[in-house]
Write a protein that binds this ligand. Structure first.
Ligand code: ADP
Length: 377
């Protein structure tokens, strides 16, 4: 099946045309600076028009069978991929307040495709869906119930498509049946989250009501004392200023002056104290979470690294695993340095559990989920 995969960020749109039988990528591209003026597309609807124009040649050879959309927030309603119709689009739109930067972009993309190719099946694949299995003791915040009932305040979790894909790959690599697989999965990109997997299902995850909670990320703070927000507001900062500060100006960028892991590692090796501190804060926070999730899953059978940093930064992996001595986890220094693009073990034979590097491919996962839904409908 030929599937167009659409992954909209707040001001960007990534697209790929995937053939799900051969797993070939027939076309891919990125449109940036959406809605930022200066001649670019005004919104995600216009950006979709641009994508359709670029793809014209590729699609005359072999037309599309379906479109798969990565949708960031599925709320409590969507626990798996769904075939899109008008009612589903409106339901995604009603979730806009929970993901104000992302879901409106998804809705515009869906509507643009409906207008252009009304007969083409479209499927929504939700970033929150893999975390539908969180038990209530993991998704509840210890706040008055009215916050949950009135505002939907609970842990949702994100990066689900990646965590699910990587979990499946890791179990296959180890030859363990998925429903008997316990693991701790670290998705470390510009955004970063950790998931506790038990019996192949997500039972806890570090991102919460929004993607701000949890680990130290490229530009996000991760966990902090909620009183800090109240204190800053009382000092006169606006909600928007605090939002921007914690989502765009914090994390590695705040500590090291940079959110590119390669540059931070280079600077740290050259003796930059701030870069060193950034690596220490981020690896320390992550190691604490790994210890916690090892307990949460009742003993993980593997620790899995994925995404830009997890797949490529041998230095950062080593900094994290070096802090896991109490768990008996040991990296193989040589294996950790090898650069390959397929799943692999990077721990020593006597490590208490294997450490894996498993490349993620959200587009492949979305294309496969889309094809499955369309075939079944
Ligand atoms: P996202 O999809 O969340 O934007 P990615 O998964 O692409 O992010 O990860 C981006 C991060 O990966 C950046 O911090 C970048 O520096 C890091 N990264 C990418 N390649 C390498 C590499 N070869 N070595 C170290 N870090 C890398």
């Amino acid at each position: 099946m030929r599937v167009l995969v659409i992954n909209s960020g707040s001001s960007s749109l990534k697209y790929q045309v995937r053939d799900t039988d051969s797993n070939e990528i027939a076309a891919n591209g990125l449109i940036e600076r959406i809605g930022e003026g200066s001649g670019g597309p005004a919104d995600h609807g216009e950006a979709m028009e641009d994508v359709a124009a670029v793809l014209e040649g590729v699609l005359t050879q072999k037309p599309l069978d379906a479109v798969g959309h990565r949708v960031v927030h599925g709320g409590e309603r969507f626990s798996e991929p769904v075939l899109i119709n008008n009612e589903i689009t409106r339901a995604i739109e009603r979730l806009n307040p929970l993901a104000p930067l992302h879901n409106p972009a998804n809705v515009l993309g869906i509507r643009a495709i409906t207008a252009k190719w009304p007969d083409l099946p479209q499927v929504a694949v939700f970033d929150t869906a893999f975390h539908r299995t969180l038990p209530e003791h993991a998704w509840r915040y210890a706040v008055p119930d009215s916050l949950y009932r009135q505002y939907g305040i609970r842990r949702y979790g994100f990066h689900g498509t990646s965590h699910e894909f990587v979990t499946g790959r890791a179990a296959a690599l180890l030859g363990v049946p998925l429903d008997g697989f316990n693991a701790v999965v670290a998705h470390l990109g510009n955004g970063a989250s950790l998931t506790a997997v038990q019996g192949g299902a997500s039972i806890d995850t570090s991102m919460g009501f929004t993607p701000l909670e949890g680990l130290v990320m490229g530009t996000r703070s991760g966990d902090l004392d909620p009183s800090i927000l109240i204190y800053l507001q009382r000092q006169g900062l606006s909600a928007d200023e605090i939002d921007t500060m914690l989502n765009r100006e914090s994390g590695l960028k705040a500590l090291a002056g940079n959110n590119d892991m390669r540059a931070i590692v280079d600077a740290a090796e050259a003796g930059d104290r701030h870069a060193r501190l950034a690596l220490d804060v981020a690896s320390y926070r992550l190691a604490k979470y790994i210890g916690g999730y090892h307990v949460a899953v009742g003993g993980a059978q593997a620790l899995v690294f994925t995404a830009g940093i997890g797949e490529n930064s041998a230095v950062f992996r080593a900094l994290v695993v070096d802090r896991l001595g109490a768990l008996g986890v040991k990296l193989d220094a040589g294996a950790n340095l090898v650069r390959v693009t397929s799943p692999r073990v990077v721990s020593t034979a006597d490590s208490a559990i294997p450490v894996l590097v498993v490349p993620t491919d959200e587009e492949q996962a979305i294309a496969e989920a889309t094809a499955a839904i369309v075939l079944a409908s």
